[in-house]
Design a protein around this ligand. Structure first.
Ligand code: ZN
Length: 96
C-alpha cells in the first residue's frame, strides 16, 4: 500500500502531454501574481502605494479605495476619485 495517494486531479494529465510541461509554468505564474498582489496590498496597508495621476501623470498617493473607486491624493490636482471599471475610467476632482 503506497504511503502517499495522489489526488485525482494530478492523475488527470498524462505525463507525455503538453499540459504536463505547462503545469509548473502556470503554477509559478499564478504564485508570482499572488505574491505581487500581496506585496501591493502590504504597500497599500502601510500607506506607501502610489499610482500615476490620470489627469497630469504625477505620482499620486492612493489614500483609500472601495470595490468601485480609488481615491488619489495628487500634489498638483488635489483629491481625486477614480472609477475602477475597466475601459470606463472616470475621474472626479474634489479639491482645486
Ligand atoms: Zn494630478
Amino acid at each position: 500500500m503506497p504511503a502517499f495517494v495522489a489526488p485525482p486531479f494530478l492523475d488527470s494529465v498524462p505525463a507525455d502531454s503538453y499540459f504536463s510541461v505547462l503545469h509548473p509554468l502556470v503554477f509559478a505564474y499564478v504564485v508570482l501574481l499572488c505574491g505581487l498582489g500581496a506585496f501591493q496590498g502590504l504597500l497599500f496597508a502601510r500607506k506607501k502605494l502610489f499610482f500615476g495621476c490620470p489627469l497630469c501623470g504625477t505620482s499620486a498617493h492612493a489614500t483609500h479605495s472601495t470595490r468601485r473607486y480609488l481615491w488619489l491624493d495628487c500634489p498638483k490636482c488635489g483629491a481625486l476619485e477614480v472609477s475602477l471599471k475597466p475601459g470606463k475610467t472616470r475621474v472626479r476632482k474634489y479639491a482645486p
